[in-house]
Design a protein around this ligand. Structure first.
Ligand code: PLP
Length: 364
């Protein structure tokens, strides 16, 4: 080993020790917040070597938050561990939440409520106008009902927060104790789940001696990215975090994420500053709108299913993946060695979009 090699080696060891100690401190801070176990953690961190070889860019990894275990998994499980604990602490017996028709958040909330013996009311907003019977009744909607939630529909553009409050009032009048979870579970309590995920990922990287250069994921109601921004700031990580938007334009998405990251940091109570330039969203992969398939999403989803055996979804992770693949091709990650895609789940929605992929029938 040459002198410079030794120096680099020592520096990276010191860096790892520092990260590990920041992670430990953050764990102690997070332990002050009530949390109920609903999922399987830590989720695996795995290389995607066939995809990396095909694309010829940095080595690509996947953080398997599609494997959180609750009702086929996904990113909402981490948020719900904190939200449902808060609901229990407040003595709630009924959960109310809302989402789009094929909401993964609604499905995981229905499962969490079932597991904790609470009633669950789900309001679904028709954001796509689709009348496809699979979209309306299969996929996540099938699972919402299977978990015993009551499901009702609202037209696109409805003020869903107001609808939830009206329902909460009605339930209170009937003697119930409802707890309202915002769409996507995105508030400072839910975002704690992704503060912890940032810590979990950094700990995993240290334990396998991996230096993560960038972390990419689909961003929607913003709690995932806001939690990651706050968590990475707390452990003083220099990982380049990038959200791929699925709904709002870039300005609006970044403002939403920054606003929630600031409120999440305040909720953590550690006096953490969240610089605006740590919030990056690329919203060029939305296509015609939320929940509407794009060609890029279709080819990315097929490519991953057929090269890595991984299932992504049409609304979120498939569009995020389309962004990742396109940005690798465009050289966005040039000079970086290891890029992690956070798989936020959603494969249950595939069954609500079965005609989207133009798949061949039986061969004979
Ligand atoms: C909700 C969801 C997202 C987006 O997470 P937000 O915290 O709402 O930004 C991404 N992927 C999947 C599969 C989701 O269900």
């Amino acid at each position: 080993m040459t002198q410079t090699d030794e120096t680099i080696d020592r520096q990276s060891r010191e860096q790892s020790d520092m990260t590990a100690s920041h992670c430990k401190e953050l764990s102690i801070t997070l332990a002050q917040f009530p949390r109920v176990a609903l999922g399987h953690f830590p989720t695996p961190l795995e290389p995607m070597d066939r995809l990396s070889e095909i694309l010829g860019g940095p080595r690509l990894w996947v953080k398997r938050d599609d494997c959180t275990g609750l009702s086929s998994g996904g990113n909402k499980t981490r948020k719900l561990e904190y939200l449902m604990a808060d609901a229990m602490q407040q003595g709630a017996d009924t959960i109310i939440t809302q989402g789009a028709t094929q909401s993964n958040h609604a499905r995981q909330t229905a499962a969490a409520a079932a597991k904790l013996g609470m009633a669950c009311h789900i309001l679904l907003e028709d954001r796509t106008g689709s009348n496809d019977p699979n979209y309306i009744m299969n996929g996540n909607v099938l699972l919402d009902r299977l978990h015993g939630a009551s499901v009702s529909k609202r037209g696109g553009g409805t003020d869903m927060a107001a609808e939830m409050e009206t329902l909460a009032d009605q339930l209170r009048d009937g003697g119930k104790s409802p707890y309202v979870i915002p769409g996507g579970g995105s508030n400072p309590i839910g975002a704690l789940g992704y503060v912890n995920a940032a810590r979990e990922l950094a700990d995993q990287a240290v334990s396998i001696g991996l230096k993560i250069d960038a972390l990419v994921h689909a961003t929607g109601s913003s709690g995932t990215q806001a939690g990651l921004v706050a968590g990475l700031a707390a452990i003083q990580s220099d990982i380049h975090l990038l959200g791929i938007g699925v709904r709002a334009p870039q300005d609006k998405q970044e403002s939403m994420v920054h606003d929630l990251a600031v409120r999440t940091a305040a909720h953590l109570g550690t006096g953490l500053e969240i610089p605006r330039d740590q919030v990056r969203a690329n919203c060029n992969y939305v296509g015609e709108g939320y929940g509407l398939p794009t060609d890029g999403m279709i080819s990315a989803t097929k490519l991953l299913a057929q090269t890595e055996g991984l299932l992504f979804d049409p609304v979120y992770s498939g569009k995020g993946l389309d962004g990742l693949i396109d940005l690798v091709k465009k050289g966005y990650f040039d000079g970086m060695q290891n890029v992690v895609f956070l798989h936020t789940g959603g494969s249950a929605a595939l069954f609500g979009y079965s005609d989207t992929f133009g798949l061949p029938g039986y061969t004979s």
